[in-house]
Design a binder for this molecule. Structure first.
Ligand code: HEM
Length: 260
């Protein structure tokens, strides 16, 4: 008979060794990066949607992040540093998430079959989260890359030009749908997993959380599409002057220190 103290690959000595804590740690890092990204996304949607207030409001937010109101001069590179941090979080989060994807067609069909048979809503939600997460690999990449490499091209006209004449609007429709569904489901699953807002009746808590999740998703999708429509409108009107940056009326006489 084999000894119970034999070495099991990757685990240690059977019977004597503790199980590895790494799966739990990796799970925690995946949840943490997801939470930070979801909170970032809420902020991002509000900042970008300032275009719904006015061109000047969006310009002011942009220049704020470029340090213009602190240094009296714009440093778009400051935005690149933020983008680099967000990209790092995205890469870590995605790298850890692929551990949970079905790794071959057989696994996928088995999961899909179980999902259809069980009709368990939370399992179906997981499927959509995995699918939209996979889509985000592709649809988020062009956006974060252009933000990283051309942070100086953010502004009412600059963004409108990119969205319309630069043909980014189809990408943004897909990106918006993917990120809002993915983030909404992700936050809901985090709340269930870590017992946030838990009440005495777990079924009632889940129902409440689900309502909140859909309310947030609908809100951010509505805000996102209204914002996108505003950039499209500006982009169409500005197409004949493509490439000309926005300068607020108050600064048109003396655009000192503002980039371009
Ligand atoms: C720090 C990194 C980021 C910056 C500075 C940034 C900035 C912007 C800006 C300025 C726009 C307006 C359109 C444009 O100028 O092209 C925009 C739009 C958008 N961004 Fe980002 N973004 C960042 C990261 C992300 C990430 C990580 C996602 C999702 C994974 C995302 C999703 C979107 C979507 C969906 C739109 C379309 C606008 C809408 O419909 O509301 N962004 N972003």
């Amino acid at each position: 008979m084999e000894s119970s103290n034999q070495l099991i690959a990757g685990i240690g000595l059977a019977g004597t060794a503790r199980k590895s804590r790494w799966p739990a740690r990796l799970d925690f890092i995946q949840s943490g990066t997801g939470l930070v990204l979801a909170l970032f996304m809420w902020g991002h949607m509000f900042f970008v949607s300032t275009i719904l207030i006015s061109n000047d409001a969006m310009w002011t937010i942009t220049k704020f992040f470029e340090g213009y109101f602190f240094f009296g001069k714009s440093y778009p590179i400051m935005v690149s540093f933020v983008v680099a941090t967000v990209i790092t979080l995205l890469v870590v989060h995605a790298f850890l998430a692929v551990r949970k994807f079905p790794i071959n067609y057989r696994q996928f069909t088995t999961f899909h079959g179980h999902m259809k048979m069980m009709r368990h809503e939370d399992t179906t939600l997981w499927f959509w989260q995995a699918l939209t997460g996979f889509a985000l690999f592709f649809v988020a990449a062009p956006h974060v890359y252009i933000m990283l490499t051309h942070p100086e091209l953010i502004g009412p006209f600059e963004s409108g030009d990119r969205v319309w004449t630069g043909h980014y609007w189809p990408l943004y429709i897909l990106l918006l749908l993917a990120v809002e569904l993915h983030g909404g489901i992700g936050l809901y699953r985090l709340a269930v997993k870590w017992d946030w807002f838990a009440g005495p009746d777990p079924a009632a808590t889940r129902k409440r959380l689900k309502t909140l999740k859909w309310a947030l998703t609908v809100f951010f999708l509505a805000l996102g599409f209204a914002t996108l429509a505003a950039y499209v409108k500006i982009g169409i009107a500005h197409a004949p002057d493509y490439g000309k940056p926005y300068v607020p009326a108050a600064l048109q006489a003396a655009p000192q220190g503002v980039n371009k």
